[in-house]
Write a protein that binds this ligand. Structure first.
Ligand code: FMN
Length: 394
């Protein structure tokens, strides 16, 4: 080959966010940048992590049945969730303490989600306060995730603040009667706020970019809970929540109270059986999120996608059904809809996007999902995401 032709072939490798084209790319880069204890905290699940494996296996088992020779020139990946439009049917699931992986944490995620036209479900355990997150992206759609704690005053105050800050819907997470046993965290000594122990000091010292974030960013704490008036130290707030607020005695009866306290739409997250989906709807839920908390709570639970069809069959005529857990590709989101969910959500994916590039990283992650959903629609022979259904399942 002539030298000139050869040099013409040499082009620069993609730079910036364009380098990341898959979930695996984001995850690998995040792994490079984060200390092991932080990476493992995000990546890990409960006990033997069988539920994490089950989430992926359930998705991989679903086959798609394409229809060819149909006009798919003009495609539409948008849909509606709770009656309002989203430009992309992939929503950011609630995940606490995003400031652990990037100093702009939930502020960056809120901006990226708003720009992409999707929903950001903000965790009660967010690093920034729910008010600051709302102010970061005033035009964006936001939901607020809540646990049914012991103190009605604390719950009421969070509800009032969420309503005042324009949160459109409430997400009640029901799969945390107690916190699951996260074996990786026990092994690495992960705590909140993170403490650098002798055995992790070298690993942490090598992550200079992360250390810079940590030093120049806000204190790692629970931004919305600082108002509880017990200081702003994350471990003090965490201990207070465990001791004074967490309440494993809560039942569906208590949801009646919540239903009266919150006027907007209410979704129940952590539903993995048709019986619980029925109960949630009976007690007034407008939607259910089929989820096993990304495998971070009870181990040996079926994959969320395995549970989805029966739950959709049971309640989707009365409530919106969403799903999360292991969604790593646009094709996974297409499968979710074909199996009966309105849209899919993800937790770790946006954490990896955030870890590698802040707002631009989350934006790129959402763009990857969007273009992959669009391509999959063309390949499966369905022009509109809203037209997907079981006919596209093999
Ligand atoms: C680091 C991290 C923190 C999380 N924190 C919360 C939380 O505060 N509330 C909640 O309801 N779910 C929480 N989740 C679970 C997610 O909402 C979601 O169910 C899960 O991440 C879905 O699985 P995926 O990560 O495979 O997408 C968290 C998940 C992760 C990875």
């Amino acid at each position: 080959m002539k030298l000139r032709a050869l040099t013409r072939m040499l082009v620069r490798a993609p730079r910036g966010a364009a380098r990341w084209n898959t979930y695996a790319d984001f995850r690998a880069e995040a792994r490079r940048r984060l200390p092991k204890m932080v990476f493992d905290f995000v990546e890990g699940g409960a006990e033997g992590e069988l539920t994490i494996a089950a989430n992926r296996a359930a998705i991989d088992k679903v086959g798609l049945a394409p229809r060819y020779m149909v006009d798919v020139a003009d495609r539409d990946v948008s849909t509606t969730v709770l009656g309002q439009p989203v430009s992309i049917p992939f929503l950011l699931a609630p995940a606490g303490l995003a400031t652990l992986v990037h100093r702009e944490g939930e502020l960056a995620a809120a901006r990226a989600a708003a720009a992409a036209g999707t929903v950001f479900a903000v965790s009660t355990g967010s690093g920034y306060s729910l008010e600051d997150i709302a102010a970061a992206a005033p035009g964006g759609r936001r939901w607020f995730q809540l646990y049914l704690w012991k103190s009605p005053e604390v719950v009421r105050s969070l509800l009032r603040r969420a309503a005042d800050a324009g949160y459109e819907a409430l997400v009640l997470t029901v799969d945390v009667p107690v916190v699951g046993k996260r074996e990786r965290d026990l092994r690495t000594g992960m705590s909140l706020p993170p403490r650098i122990r002798w055995n992790s000091a070298l690993d942490t010292a090598r992550r200079l970019r992360w250390l810079r974030h940590l030093i120049s960013g806000p204190d790692i704490t629970f931004g919305s809970l600082v108002e509880l008036g017990i200081g702003d130290d994350a471990s003090a707030i965490g201990a207070y929540v465990d001791r004074e607020l967490a309440d494993p005695s809560r039942t569906w009866d208590d949801m009646a109270w919540l239903r009266r306290e919150w006027n907007g739409p209410l979704l129940v997250k952590g539903v993995i059986t048709p019986a619980d989906a029925e109960a949630a709807v009976r007690w007034g839920a407008d939607g259910v999120i089929v989820s096993n908390h990304g495998g971070r709570q009870l181990d040996s639970v079926p994959g969320a996608f395995a549970a989805l069809p029966q739950i959709a069959e049971a309640v989707s005529d009365r409530a919106e059904v969403l799903v999360d857990g292991g969604c790593q590709r646009g094709a996974d989101v297409v499968k979710a809809r074909a199996l009966g969910a309105r849209a899919a959500m993800g937790g770790r994916s946006w954490f990896w996007g955030l870890a590698v590039g802040g707002e631009a990283g989350v934006a790129r992650m959402l763009d990857v999902y969007r273009t992959d959903i669009d391509r999959t629609l063309a390949l499966v022979g369905c022009r509109r995401f809203d037209d997907l259904g079981s006919v596209f399942l093999a």
